[in-house]
Design a protein around this ligand. Structure first.
Ligand SMILES: [Zn+2]
Length: 217
């Protein structure tokens, strides 16, 4: 799953408004932000295969450290500890950030083919396989995002003209990006290029969320 993860970030903001939306945007993609550097370092593995599923051009071969259930819980725990005792030192903020990190695995579970290990690569692997249906994948991510946008707009108030429309436009932009992501052709077989485009998207979207959040209270 790609842009659908941001639905959790928008929804969690409602439960703890002191949590920064930009931080939540990074948190919901945290295990992917680790995954791509891990691939480049040879710690985890992805294989680029055109139309491996209807919605993706890759096989996720080996990712026990970032995308196992145990790994996700571990990284959520790390995020909790950092936000509880080092960064903001607020228990509820730490809890919400940890939930955001863990939510990635739950949403990935819906779309991935069975490639998400429970604890190690030899343990059973899970994935409900919605990626085998590109339209259903797109609609699920879109529905999650639109529902979360509605929650976010209801629980916050615009403090400027930009604040009124900008978040809605940003979500429309994410939905357009996801058309290319899900229905677009294979962009080449370079893992470095894939890592750079994924990571720049994650950081650019988080930067946008940091900016957008200041336009509403
Ligand atoms: Zn992932």
């Amino acid at each position: 799953m790609f842009v659908g993860h941001y639905a959790t970030a928008l929804a969690l903001k409602k439960f703890e408004r002191r949590a920064s939306l930009g931080v939540l945007f990074l948190a919901v993609q945290f295990v992917d932000i680790l995954f791509f550097p891990f691939v480049l370092l040879g710690i985890e593995r992805i294989k680029i295969i055109e139309n491996f599923t209807q919605a993706t051009h890759f096989e996720l071969e080996y990712m026990p450290y970032t995308h196992s259930l145990a790994g996700s819980l571990f990284w959520a725990g790390v995020a909790y500890a950092l936000f509880r005792w080092v960064i903001v030192k607020q228990q509820r903020v730490a809890l919400v950030v940890a939930l955001a990190v863990f939510s990635h695995w739950i949403l990935d579970l819906l779309v991935h083919t069975p490639d998400l290990p429970i604890w190690s690569d030899t343990s059973p692997k899970l994935g409900f396989g919605l990626w085998n249906n590109a339209v259903a994948t797109y609609l699920l991510e879109a529905a999650l995002l639109v529902a979360a946008l509605w929650l976010y707009l209801r629980s916050t108030k615009a403090t400027s003209r930009a604040g009124k429309y900008a978040m809605g436009l940003f979500i429309v932009f994410l939905l357009l990006v996801n058309i290319v992501n899900i229905f677009g052709p294979l962009q080449g077989d370079s893992k470095l290029a894939l890592a750079i485009s994924a990571l720049s998207a994650y950081f650019a979207f988080a930067a946008a969320a940091f900016w957008l959040e200041r336009k509403r209270s």
